[in-house]
Design a protein around this ligand. Structure first.
Ligand SMILES: [Zn+2]
Length: 433
């Protein structure tokens, strides 16, 4: 990289034409030309390479050309001077809970019992008093995530006998304010149980009618204490509706692997190849290499995927990135719930999760660090049903700029995101720039 390409400071942006979109703070893009999804990002360095001009037209990347004074487009398109900043695709949060945070409210001390069921009971007791879920809370969470570079989210939304579909409706409404520039898919999440709560099964069917893309589940063996029953139930519904399945599975070692095997059998039975995700899946990292190899191979053949939030408490027992890749099991990174009635942790920055995952996994080589950044961006877009998420012609116009030398530097140092663009619209520009 030449010195001319090196950002000399946390670079500000200067609009090169009068039609450049205004800084939007943390709100979705305001008005004017930016709404059209067309934008010219001048002098940025895709994946840390040579400086390029990226032209986005109608939400898609139309061209990448060496940075230069010659207009890349004859048409008047709003321009941003990227000042040699690193450019990567928009970040993808493959596992979020944007319905359940208390962000924006005063600090909430955790007063529940330990364990998964303790957290569920605590949340159910407190959420109504805090106005959770609501459009306002989800809006706050989305703004935090977008400001840190996220342009695509797969979010679980609670569905239970107390809430009905209110959580899904709140998430849909808050996401709609971005008019598609922020992509969001919903998993209907029966956190409080399925079989142990008669009526939830039909709520899940209703959730698909209400626009959820996938059905969730939670520890079928330890929450419902009927793994075959819960897995049969949710996967049959998904199969009939041709929807996805995304199951939280915290159960360890053999108990966890047993349930993944049950899921695999039903992927085949109900024709759900390519549509089923295992979230967390700690068990995969806890069984021996031979057992894991067989399981991952089968999951890969069935087009299954996994998501992780790289929990520090699991230490070095993180999902094995390269083993999953070899087996053809897609992997995504997620924040999980942030600042909520389960846990006060989480900032909404998916790059922070990528850092945790990489650090815990002991990755140090450039190709591995870059792959972790790809999991957090280009390679994570399967979570919202796409494979067109990169800084190439035809890719969706989702771009994040940061003052970093290259993707490795971005990952280990985590500098602020200077500019966030979704489908060619400016979603956030760092304050003071
Ligand atoms: Zn979760």
């Amino acid at each position: 990289m030449s010195s001319a390409e090196t950002p000399s400071h946390a670079a500000g942006f200067s609009a090169a034409s009068g039609s450049a979109p205004a800084a939007s703070g943390s709100a979705p893009a305001a008005s004017g030309s930016a709404q059209s999804g067309s934008l010219l990002l001048r002098n940025v360095r895709p994946w840390g390479g040579a400086a390029q001009d990226i032209l986005i037209e109608d939400g898609r990347i139309a061209s990448l050309t060496p940075a230069g004074p010659v207009p890349a487009s004859a048409e008047a398109v709003p321009e941003i001077d990227g000042r040699g900043l690193l450019a990567i695709p928009g970040l993808v949060n493959a596992h979020a809970h944007v319905d359940k945070s208390w962000w924006g409210l005063p600090w909430q001390s955790y007063g529940g019992e330990p364990g998964t069921d303790g957290r569920i009971r605590h949340e159910r007791a407190e959420r109504d008093g805090l106005g959770i879920p609501s459009v306002g809370i989800t809006r706050t969470v989305l703004e935090r995530m977008v400001a840190q570079g996220t342009t695509a989210i797969r979010s679980h939304a609670d569905v239970d006998l107390g809430l009905g579909l209110r959580g899904i409706e709140a998430v849909r409404q808050a996401a709609a304010e971005y008019a598609g520039a922020l992509e969001l898919q919903i998993v209907a999440f029966p956190q409080d149980g399925v079989l142990r709560r008669p009526g939830v099964m039909s709520l899940l069917k209703d959730a698909l009618q209400a626009g959820a893309e996938s059905i969730g589940g939670l520890d079928p063996a330890t929450i419902d204490r009927d793994p075959v029953g819960q897995i049969d139930g949710i996967m049959e519904i998904a199969g009939e509706a041709e929807a996805g399945v995304d199951i939280h599975l915290h159960d360890p070692a053999e108990l966890g692997v047993f349930q993944i095997e049950l899921v695999c059998e039903r992927v085949e039975r109900f024709g759900l190849q390519g549509k089923v995700n295992i979230a967390h899946g700690f068990a995969v990292a806890q069984v021996d290499a031979g057992r894991r190899g067989e399981l991952l191979s089968r999951m890969g053949e069935l087009g299954m995927s996994m998501t992780t939030v790289a929990p520090p408490r699991m230490g070095a027992q993180q999902l094995p990135m390269r083993e999953l890749e070899k087996a053809g099991v897609r992997l995504g990174l997620g924040t999980d719930g942030i600042r909520d009635l389960w846990s006060p942790y989480g900032t909404g920055d998916i790059m922070g999760i990528a850092w945790q995952f990489s650090r815990a996994g002991g990755w140090v080589r450039d190709e591995d660090l870059t792959q972790v950044v790809r999991l957090a961006s280009s390679d994570g877009a399967w979570a919202v049903g796409r494979d067109d998420h990169d800084l190439v012609v035809g890719g969706r116009g989702d771009v994040v700029l940061a003052d970093a030398e290259n993707p490795m530097d971005l990952l280990v140092r985590g500098p602020a995101r200077e500019l966030v663009v979704g489908a060619g619209r400016i979603l956030n520009q760092r304050e003071g720039q």
